[in-house]
Design a protein around this ligand. Sequence first.
Ligand code: NI
Length: 260
Amino acid sequence: MEPTVHLSQDQIDFYHQKGYLELESISTPEEILWMQGIYDSLFTAKTGREEGNQFDLGGTDEEGTEAVLPQILNPTKYAPELKDGLFRVNAASIARQLLGAEAKWGGDHAIFKPARIGAATPWHQDEAYWNPMMEYSSFSLWLPLQPATLDNGCMQFIPNSQLLEVLPHHCINNDPRIHGLEVDFADVSSAVACPLPAGGCTIHHNRTLHYAGPNLSNIPRRALILGFGVPATERALRRAFPWNDLKQTPREARAKASAS
Ligand code: NI
């Protein structure tokens, strides 16, 4: 399959200057419908939960509680057919254009915002979740499987924030049982919201500050997130992300129990 999306020099420059980019379409309506079916069945069946790969990103995630921000890590492990398709061919091509020939797929996740109760994803930098010993050059490609609107939780970005260091973060509500992170402080007065059609996408750098609002609408908000990067290298300068060391999540407990 050949890619159908080729970035213009203006788009490439915009990404490198602002730290994010929005694209109208990297997929087809048929492909989006196909993905919706797979996506919904993974969430409905709680696929990956026992292994700690499905959990509530925005809540305490105890058994029997309703998730406000369900997430699946590595959905292609459970639905390998998601490794194929035009959206992925396009995403890989975009990665080579933005990051160079070395750019490789680094994994996916899926974040679901249930109708009416889906919680906000607080302002954060993705790198705050990762290994502080490593240096990254990567992006996340965020693909909505229905229109993404301000009302249902489209992505928002702080332009140029990719130039910041990783800022201090904390678990949502300062609750170490919650996996999701929130930046301690950031000036978000310049935030840009990016509503999108189904099958469009946004792309953001690993340090770009981003946010998605709650789902106030009557339809579920589904997003698949594809990670691409050049191989991470060990950092010369040491740093620590103490917010991750403090975490004690049910997700992690399930992952440990299932591995032993
Ligand atoms: Ni993020």
